[in-house]
Design a protein around this ligand. Structure first.
Ligand code: AQP
Length: 340
């Protein structure tokens, strides 16, 4: 039996409430959550502890937490089926993260490229939390013994670290198979949506240019304008994916069309091959509005009902806490802590 096979399948994933929730977050993560909730027990978290690894205005953080909950619900996550909650409401995340900080090695964390990217040149001024972020992410997943983690491609390295931490914990404490080695679910279209202004940089919440991303709260006009302004090239589209080699902006726009229409890149190019961006961009804008407008409208409706969001999050936190409490009690016994 593999380590994985002995654990009950469970999905865990999260999104940071850091504002500007965008198409990459939707296609790379949230849309997959909606499908997975029908396949396995699922937990979808709003990872506010992660958000504060860089400065967040407290009022904005609160509003953005509600916004992610609204996005989860508007996209189609059913709070009766999946558990929706915010990370800071379940203290076991932080508690397990501490234990994992003592399991993970400095060398492992030193290799994390996201820290290097986010800390920039002046690492001395980055928060310690930004450096230890992946140990908290491992704790988020393993506090529920989650086996499957749907994420965008940018999180692949952190997931590998979570597997290393789980494996080392099991080995160090002779607790074979206590924690599962969580599987990343990165497959499929939309795993890496790129900036509309630069096809070599990922679409990101923190890009200073609002035109670099389509956000889930953009209205139809804004979506159409951003796609019209998106960087492209003067060539016509090829009729096969291989022809997009060396054309990052073209590949990104075709990739977005493919992900939104749930078609293959080749099928999209079969339809649009030989046409230029003058024809392709309006088709993409129309498709993006068709798919995103109902979600934005529902998000706006839900954000006007904070009492409902509050009820969903409180219920989710209670259900999540009950699971994490049991896993933490066992973990602490294994580590050798005296019980209360
Ligand atoms: N461009 C993307 N394409 C596909 N998936 C993406 N994700 C993020 N960007 C893309 C996935 O969305 C989920 C939630 O992301 P997050 O909010 O937790 O983290 P993030 O990577 O910090 O988001 P941003 O937008 O990239 O923020 P900044 O600007 O701060 O770097 C994750 O599953 C992530 O993979």
């Amino acid at each position: 039996m593999t380590e994985q096979a002995s654990h009950t399948p469970r999905v865990f994933s999260g999104v940071q409430p850091t504002g500007n929730l965008h198409l990459g977050n939707y296609l790379g993560a949230i849309r997959k959550f909606v499908t997975l909730q029908h396949e396995m027990a699922s937990m979808f978290c709003i990872v506010d502890l992660h958000a504060i690894t860089v400065w967040q205005d407290p009022k904005a953080l609160k509003a953005q937490t509600g916004e992610i909950a609204a996005a989860y619900l508007a996209a189609g996550i059913d709070p009766e089926r999946a558990i929706i909650f915010h990370q800071s409401a379940v203290p076991q995340h932080a508690e397990l993260a501490w234990i994992f900080q003592c399991v993970a090695r400095m060398g492992w964390l030193n290799r994390m490229t996201q820290f290097k990217d986010k800390a920039g040149k002046d690492k001395e001024r980055a928060s310690v939390g930004l450096f230890t972020y992946p140990t908290l992410m491992a704790a988020d997943i393993l506090a529920y013994k989650a086996t499957h983690v749907p994420v965008g491609e940018d999180q692949k390295q952190h997931l590998e670290l979570a597997r290393d931490i789980a494996g080392k914990f099991n080995l160090d404490f002779g607790a074979e198979d206590f924690f599962p080695l969580p599987e990343p679910l990165i497959r499929g279209a939309g795993a890496r949506v790129m900036s509309l202004r630069d096809g070599t940089a990922k679409m990101s919440k923190s890009d200073p240019s609002d035109n670099s991303r389509i956000t889930l709260t953009d209205d139809a006009d804004a979506i159409a304008k951003k796609i019209k302004k998106a960087k492209s090239d003067p060539e016509v589209l090829p009729s096969e994916e291989a022809g997009l080699e060396g054309r990052p902006e073209a590949a990104n726009l075709v990739g977005i069309y493919a992900a939104l229409s749930q078609k293959s890149m080749d099928d999209v190019l079969f339809e649009f091959g030989g046409q230029g961006f003058g024809a392709f961009k309006p088709a993409l804008a129309e498709l993006a509005v068709e798919k995103l407008a109902p979600i934005s409208a529902e998000m706006r409706r839900l954000m006007d009902d904070p009492a409902h969001i509050d009820r969903v999050l409180k219920d989710g936190a209670r259900r999540a806490g009950a699971i994490a409490e049991g896993v933490l009690a066992d973990t602490k016994k294994i580590v050798g802590f005296l019980g209360r």
